[in-house]
Ligand binder design. Sequence first.
Ligand code: ADP
Ligand code: MG
Length: 721
Amino acid sequence: MTKPGCPALFAGSGPLQKAGLPRTSKAFLNPPRLREPLTVLPGVGPALAAEARRLGLNSLGDLLFHFPFRHDDFTSRRRIGELKPGEEATVEATLEQIALSRTRRRNLHLIRATVRDDTGYMQAVWFNQDYLARLLKPGDTLLLRGACDGAGGTFRVRGHEILGRGEAGLHTTGFVPVYSTTEKISVKRLRGWLGQVRPLMARLADPLPPALRAGLRLPFRADAVLAMHFPGSADAGRQAERRLIFDELFLMQLGLLSLRQRFAQTRHSQALGQEGELTRRFIAALPFALTRGQLRACRQISRDLQRPAPMQRLLQGDVGAGKTVVATYTMLRAVEGGRQAALMAPTEVLAEQHYFSLARMLAGMGLRLAFLSSRLKAGERRSLLARIAAGEVDIAVGTHALIQEDVVFPGLAVIVVDEQHRFGVRQREELAVKAGRGGLVPHALHMTATPIPRTLALTLFGDLETSVIASLPAGRRRIKTWQVPESRRAGAYGFIREQLDAGRQCFVVCPLIEESEAVQARAAEAEAGRLAAGEFARYRVGLLHGQLPAAAKQAAMQAFASGETQVLVATTVIEVGVDVPNASVMVIEEADRFGLAQLHQLRGRVGRGPHESFCLLFGDPKTGQAERRLAAMTATGDGFRLADMDLEIRGEGQLFGERQSGLPDLKLARLTRDQELLSLAREKARALLAGDPGMARPEHALLRDELERVFGDQLEWLRRV
Ligand code: ADP
Ligand code: MG
């Protein structure tokens, strides 16, 4: 897959052209030489070219966009007579003589050379580079980088290169690029290649419309690419980077926004009427008043639902913010309009929990709910599907099985997708396409219980409107969080017993075992047994894990919810959705193995009632990252701050991967650092699409080509529309 920021190498040949869109004007084309393989470079054979592929380098064009990860500042050029002791500098000098000299230390070989320029002579030394004695010949012009020992002392060489007649030097003058390398492709080799393709850089086409580029005072792409490798000054390097980061972010936003735009143009939804009887009754029957955030989200959603354009909204809110109520409201809006709603969760366990909590909340309202479990027998499944198809189900809950071919909703007007971050752009699109039978697509509300930093949300979900429930329901207190070293374990159990004696309940989450759910289940069983026989012998201990049959799982949850069991030993199946207000202690075993988002989710299972609540993190962190995660947990209870910290601790690449966003990787942009550029990119992308929705104007042709390449198959489905 081509990366963002890569040039439009194949301008004019992308599938958009096949779809009958205007062709790129030839005048903008990049030089065809960019497409040539590396083997056109002198000295590069098939073996080396194969090695280069490991660095993602297939063509000369790729080489241009293989940016250094830093530059060494070799700007300080000195003549021999000007050298100051200890000062690092680059000297251009002629070699007079050179010899290998042994030292008393067995592992230390010295190369000594006498070099001169027109200001004088000096001794230069290299350590352990014996081959130089054969390579360098008297009369060679050398660039030497290093520093003098003391006044008139020897010059210790840190880097050198041999200059041909009239050459400027690639490795020891100016800002010297440092690239990631492989065993066979050294940094010097890469610099050599880049030196050779340098003339091509000047001929790179610029996809940004001139007015936009000038307005933002960004350098031309050609200049930026050149300066990324060989900046004339530190400032030129920074400008170049800014330009190319903008390109990445701008393209990404253009892609996301144009997805949304096309979606809105080509898809229609049932416009639902005003708020009705059912939602009014539901809200009136709640044992609490909605928070301002919840009210605002409901209002925004209600407004979306009254339009014939499909709602595409992301509902963000920290754990315990009360998203479920808003989701339920949204679904009831469909039902009171005589339509159906569906709730889709990423796992069976979660779907099941949603189903039960809906059933509880909506009890007595005369609604027909259904849970499309994967465990249904064929006959049961058939009859449930028949009921859904006959319109006899108001709200269906399930995993993505809900959008399988054979599930037919005659009147699906709303779909709620929980844990949005586990589904990527791609699934969103599938959802829209598959659910959209009969010409209408459902309105979609995507919920995320994992707070996502705003920057990341903008990037991943640039195609969604967002509602944020910013504050927790009143009366919630911060959950006291402690890291408990092994030596304090016994004391911690004593504390938990006090809580149990005061009438509270406790979760114990077993270590995360990634190998298999079965192993994890056995570990939970063992832990439950151990606690029931030991520390918690006086208390009623329950067990919940993913391998239990559905009925047993349900019974375990029920027993804990009703207070029948006081301690619930569980795997991470309780991560999301479990709601037992009387529980006040969350114990997480081997907390160092969990991710920050997961720890925060787990912690969110307590502190849901009026009682002061606690989270005890067992386990000694074995890595710096784990240590920082646990420190972050004890430092803050704010999910949004934690999400930002997570981004910093883990780095962004990993986050993207994990979220399976389906978006191209960002090579240069860092979301935590480049927030301002991101907002700018988004604003400009919006403006561009508002003025030229199909990107049909000639000045947008290159940009459209590039978009096609960056988003690749993401845009494919648009062409099917
Ligand atoms: P989440 O956003 O994590 O999905 P839930 O919807 O599960 O949060 O809500 C967490 C708890 O807060 C539930 O027990 C719910 O009944 C309660 N709750 C929701 N909204 C309010 C509110 N406005 N005031 C008080 N409690 C609320
Ligand atoms: Mg929830």
